[in-house]
Design a protein around this ligand. Structure first.
Ligand code: AHM
Ligand code: MG
Length: 341
């Protein structure tokens, strides 16, 4: 209470109660059809993982854990030392939580079955990219963790079958951006909330509730070095955007690029290229969680041919997809150029 007997507020703003991520999760738990203590435990494991990974990212140079480990993951990409460390952190924190049946990671070829499904509790599957954009680490650029939570299908014959659900069935999704501050963005399917790690007390504090993405913004985010190998529609869009005074912003880490677009508007794209004809980004633990967040914030997330990312029925947990997401009007502008001949 302040001197006037009113509830204490964060940063002196009367419209915002002090709310930690932990308290927010407990509050949401009451409204979630599948939720119980189990769901909160899983989110608290993700929050602890985020704090540990944030600390490791900050200390990476000092502890000499930058650079590659000399191996490739299932995607054929060189693994950074911190990719492996972040993956271990998530596997270990989630592994200790009742209720997680299966986890799947960008860094593991096969899903990891943590518990069988013989008891009657509700169970969840968690998919994640432990350290997205990790090649940014060596230059102190933004990197992130992306996660997707699905209800475990106990009728499924095997782990793959339980995991292969369309993104529209996600129970929750989120990302953590390890940037100039550590930001945790979360949706349970009823809006998007944002938390910032207060390093002084070691807690994520809620700083935004019900985030809305601007409907338009003359800004696009794409690796333009690949332009010549994009399908013609994307090239037409870029010509149109450039002749209409659009700005280009590209961090090269999806979490950093999507976070900017969530707050400032614009469109993020990873089109098919000659090198990656299906697109580069992974459907289940990159595109789907980001698509859920963007749609929950009032934006759009599409793939080819003119389909919602969240409607794609996955065939493989590591499947790739083209992605066009961001402000509704800006996504429509891209789609309109893909459709014209
Ligand atoms: P990663 O999961 O191996 O880090 O790869 C995904 C990253 C995304 O963060 C980013 O949007 C994209 O790859 C950048 O790719 P490119 O360097 O081809 O532009
Ligand atoms: Mg990634």
């Amino acid at each position: 209470m302040n001197s006037a007997g009113e509830p204490l507020t964060h940063s002196g703003r009367d419209d915002v109660r002090i709310m930690t991520l932990q308290a927010h999760i407990l509050e949401e738990q009451a409204h979630q059809p599948l939720a119980g203590g189990t769901f909160s435990w899983i989110l608290s494991a993700l929050s602890i993982s985020a704090k540990i990974i944030a600390d490791k990212v900050r200390r990476a140079r000092l502890e000499n854990v930058l650079g590659s480990i000399g191996t490739e993951n299932i995607q054929g990409e060189v693994q950074q030392k911190l990719d492996v460390i972040a993956n271990e952190v998530l596997l270990r924190t989630l592994g200790g939580r009742e209720g997680v049946a299966i986890v799947a990671s960008e860094e593991n070829e096969e899903p990891v079955i943590l518990r069988d499904n013989k008891d009657g509790d509700r169970r969840y599957c968690v998919l994640f990219d432990p350290l997205d954009g990790s090649s940014n680490l060596d230059v102190c650029g933004g990197v992130g963790t992306i996660f997707s939570i699905l209800a475990h299908d106990r009728r499924a014959d095997n782990a793959q079958a339980s995991l292969l659900q369309a993104g529209s069935r996600q129970v929750a999704a989120g990302y953590v951006l390890y940037g100039s501050s550590t930001v945790f963005v979360l949706t349970f399917g009823k809006g998007v909330d944002m938390f910032v790690l207060d390093p002084g007390i070691g807690a994520f504090m809620r700083v935004e509730q019900g985030l809305k993405i601007p409907r338009h913004s003359k800004s696009y985010s794409v690796n333009e070095g690949n332009r010549r190998s994009f399908p013609a529609g994307y090239q037409r869009y870029l010509d149109w955007a450039q002749s209409n005074d659009y700005s280009s912003r590209y961090a090269g880490a999806m979490v950093a690029d999507v976070h900017r677009i969530l707050l400032k508007g614009g469109v993020f794209m990873y089109p098919p290229t000659k090198k990656a004809p299906q697109g580069k980004l992974r459907l289940m633990y990159e595109a789907n969680p980001m698509a859920m967040i963007i749609e929950q914030a009032g934006g759009k997330a599409m793939t080819e041919p003119n389909q919602r990312v969240l409607d794609v029925q996955p065939r493989d947990i590591h499947q790739r997809t083209a992605v066009i997401l961001g402000s509704a009007d800006e996504v429509d502008n891209v789609i309109a150029h893909l459709a014209t001949h």
